[in-house]
Design a protein around this ligand. Structure first.
Ligand SMILES: [Zn+2]
Length: 191
């Protein structure tokens, strides 16, 4: 999927979780902003294994580093697109939050970490619908996809992603915002 679909999927997943599964209360403004940022970073992070990823494109020597990094971690849709990669990213991000905690003590690390992890997992889930599939169970070299028949899956950046998946994510976010308006508004009152 493209970067913008992943960004939207990450925020939609976050909204769905806090509206439908685990409501959150008493979140301060710093936590809210850092959590949103972490969610968006998590949502595109697995694609650092692509030399053309936004992260590498936006750095001065990014293309070169990206190409080297791509080889180093096994090429596109390898470890960063697996549960092993999710665990590794989760551990590294938690360590970073712990390290930064004395500097930004008013940030709720647990909320920020979960927001990051939701973004990260949303990436793998949505990539599962593409033709390429996702090696969820590495080191088992098996790329899994939904539906299991490859020809029925989506091609990244093509018409189904642009005209169905992307608008569908906007509609789901819109429905969540509309149906949980007072809860979300009350969340903002605490900031
Ligand atoms: Zn990906």
């Amino acid at each position: 999927m493209t970067g913008r679909t992943h960004d939207l999927a990450a925020i939609t997943a976050l909204l769905a979780i806090i509206c439908l599964v685990v409501p959150i209360y008493n979140v301060n403004l710093t936590t809210l902003l850092v959590a949103l940022l972490a969610n968006q970073i998590g949502g595109i992070l697995p694609d650092i294994d692509q030399p053309t990823a936004p992260l590498w494109r936006n750095l001065p020597v990014g293309k070169f580093v990206g190409r080297f990094f791509d080889k180093f971690i096994g090429g596109h849709r390898f470890i960063t697109h697996s549960l092993l990669g999710v665990a590794l990213f989760g551990f590294l991000f938690w360590s970073l939050l712990n390290f930064l905690h004395p500097i930004v003590a008013n940030v709720d690390s647990v909320i920020v970490w979960w927001s990051f992890m939701i973004g990260l997992l949303s990436h793998l889930v949505i990539d599962t619908f593409t033709k390429e599939g996702v090696p969820w169970l590495l080191p088992l070299p098996l790329k899994l996809g939904l539906p299991p028949t490859k020809t029925l899956r989506i091609t990244t950046g093509k018409v189904i992603e642009t005209l169905i998946i992307f608008p569908a994510l906007i509609i789901i976010s819109g429905i969540l915002l509309a149906t949980h308006y007072s809860y979300l508004l009350q969340l903002l009152h605490h900031v």
